[in-house]
Every structure is written in structure tokens, then in C-alpha cells.
Design a protein around this ligand. Structure first.
Ligand code: AMP
Length: 299
């Protein structure tokens, strides 16, 4: 196993201008691991409750995701309810029920502890820290978070961020965390907290990759219809980290390609609710869209 992820496994209720979905499969670790599974071997560490449907486990198994770190508890599965109004870049969180995550303490199976690539998906930063304590010198650690944790657990989050190599964060959250309204200043402030490489996601406006050496700006893939933006950020991270784990390199050039693979995976995901689009994807479709990105940005 090449890439370890800890994050949420959820049952989501979502409302978008295109329709509604009730208690469907979601969660940061699910979107991430399914997207990353198109590039490399992934192991997932998370918790589910007694109400989590078997068919969802079937999907994760079908994608060959290593589930030895997935535990089932007697409580209810994490539940998130969100709505998108006119602006599909901004989810309004209506409910966040942590449920089994309230008492969850991740235990990294011994076989996972020497993993090279670690992704801390959006989850309680104290759980992210608990994972970092159990892995032995990974080659690359990447972290995501959201406003819920920046506002609710800032100290623990800062401790996590201090220890990671790359932070992937959306623009509004970068501003909130750094208390800077300008993205260049936001990068400098975040880099001073720890990670020298920062990806700032701008939803349908693309993403910026900041490294100490350069800035790379990637557009988002142009889609005529967006059905459900939920999980776009996690799929971006899955494509990004999955690609880096596959090539086992983190040069500037590979980091830039990883941003494009991230954008490719996010663009597929928003074409359907839940994991509907991702579950039917083929390697050829991914490569075709990667090539369309080249066309889109060449001048
Ligand atoms: P994204 O759209 O990429 O930001 O991620 C959406 C996913 O994040 C949904 O499937 C939710 O279940 C999950 N999620 C929402 N809020 C939280 C939270 N506070 N902690 C962990 N996961 C969350």
C-alpha cells in the first residue's frame, strides 16, 4: 500500500440546483480514496456506524481500497447535510453530526505504519495528529481542512499544519486561516506555519500551486452542467496525491501535473451526485481529459 488516508466516511444529504440526494455515500476519505484508487494502492483509516450500508463497502472493495483500517462502531455514521444555492463553489453546511467520529481514535494497522505517502483528509485535526504520531517518517504528508475546524479547533489544526509538507485548502479557508485577504500573502503566512507547498483551490476558477520556487495557475475544466459539487475538493486531492504516489516524485514538474490530475478527477466528480460518476470512470477517460486540459491551456 502506497498511500494512506484518514478522513470522514459519511452519509450525506445534499441539495443542489440540479436536485436532491438523501443519505448517500460521501465523506472526505471516500471521495479521496476512490479518486486516488485510479492512480495507486490506497489504504483507508476511518470509522462507520451500524447504519452504514454494505453496498457502499462493496464499492470501496471494487476499487481495491485496503479497508483494514476501517472500523465499525455501534453508533451512527457521520452525517453531513449541505445545500448549494446559486454559487456552486460554496456549500452551506446545514447539519454536521459527528456521531461515531466523536469517540473515534484512529489505530493505524502495523502494516500501514511505514507507508510513504499520507493524506490527512478533512476531519478533526486531533485525529489528523493522532495519525501523524503513528506513522514512521513518511516521504510526503499532505493535509486538507475546512472552516468548521479552522473556527472550532484552530490550535490542534495549527499543530497538524506545522508537521505536514503540503496543505490543500480552498481560497476562503486560506483567508480564514491566514487572516490575509490576498492569496500571495495568505501563502506566505501559511508557509510560515509549516508547509512550504500550498495548493489554493478556487472552485470553478481552478487552483493555484505555490512552492518556494514558483507559482502555477491551473484553470478548472470547463463543464456545461455541474450536478453536485460535493467532494470536488477531496477528488482533487485524490488525483493530486494519487498521481504523486504513483510517480514517486515531487519535482516542480510532477507537482504541476498532479494539480492537473486533481482537476481532472474533480471535474468528473461534479458531473453526478455522490460517487455516481467516479464509480464508472475508466483510465482512458482520465487520460483524454488530461489531454483536453493541455489544449485548454496551451498558447
Ligand atoms: P468537499 O466538497 O470536497 O469539501 O467535501 C465534501 C465532503 O466532506 C462531504 O461528503 C461531507 O461528508 C464531508 N464533510 C463535511 N463536513 C465535514 C467535517 N466537518 N468533517 C469531515 N468531513 C466533512
Amino acid at each position: 500500500m502506497n498511500l494512506l488516508v484518514v478522513g470522514s466516511v459519511a452519509l450525506d444529504s445534499i441539495e443542489t440546483p440540479a436536485g436532491k440526494a438523501e443519505r448517500v455515500l460521501g465523506g472526505s476519505a471516500v471521495y479521496f480514496s476512490v479518486a486516488a484508487s485510479y492512480f495507486t494502492d490506497v489504504g483507508l483509516v476511518a470509522v462507520i456506524g451500524r447504519d452504514f450500508p454494505e453496498e457502499h463497502i462493496g464499492l470501496l472493495q471494487q476499487r481495491k481500497i485496503d479497508l483494514r483500517g476501517l472500523t465499525r462502531e455501534s453508533g451512527l455514521t457521520f452525517h453531513w447535510k449541505g445545500r448549494y444555492n446559486g454559487d456552486l463553489n460554496e456549500a452551506e453546511s446545514l447539519e454536521t453530526q459527528l456521531n461515531v467520529f466523536e469517540t473515534f481514535r484512529p489505530l493505524i494497522p502495523p502494516e500501514y505504519q511505514a507507508v510513504s505517502f499520507v493524506f490527512l483528509a478533512n476531519i478533526d485535526p486531533e485525529l489528523q495528529l493522532a495519525v501523524l504520531k503513528q506513522v514512521k517518517r513518511p516521504r510526503l504528508t499532505i493535509c486538507d481542512t475546512m472552516n468548521f475546524w479552522i473556527q472550532g479547533k484552530e490550535d490542534a489544526l495549527r499543530e497538524t499544519i506545522k508537521q505536514v509538507d503540503i496543505l490543500i485548502i480552498n481560497e476562503g479557508e486560506a483567508r480564514l486561516l491566514s487572516r490575509q485577504s490576498n492569496v500571495i500573502r495568505a501563502y506566505r503566512t501559511i508557509a510560515s506555519l509549516g508547509p512550504k507547498i500550498v495548493v489554493i483551490k478556487k472552485g470553478s476558477h481552478g487552483a493555484l500551486l505555490f512552492t518556494p520556487a514558483s507559482v502555477f495557475s491551473a484553470p478548472a475544466y470547463l463543464l456545461e452542467t455541474v450536478t453536485d459539487p460535493t467532494g470536488a475538493g477531496d477528488c482533487f486531492a485524490g488525483g493530486f496525491a494519487g498521481y504523486l504516489a504513483r510517480v514517486q516524485q515531487t519535482s516542480e514538474e510532477e507537482l504541476r501535473r498532479a494539480v492537473i490530475y486533481g482537476s481532472v478527477m474533480a471535474s468528473f466528480n461534479v458531473e453526478g451526485f455522490s460517487l455516481d460518476r467516479l464509480r464508472t470512470l475508466s483510465g482512458d477517460e482520465i487520460e483524454d481529459r488530461f489531454m483536453s486540459f493541455k489544449q485548454l491551456t496551451r498558447f
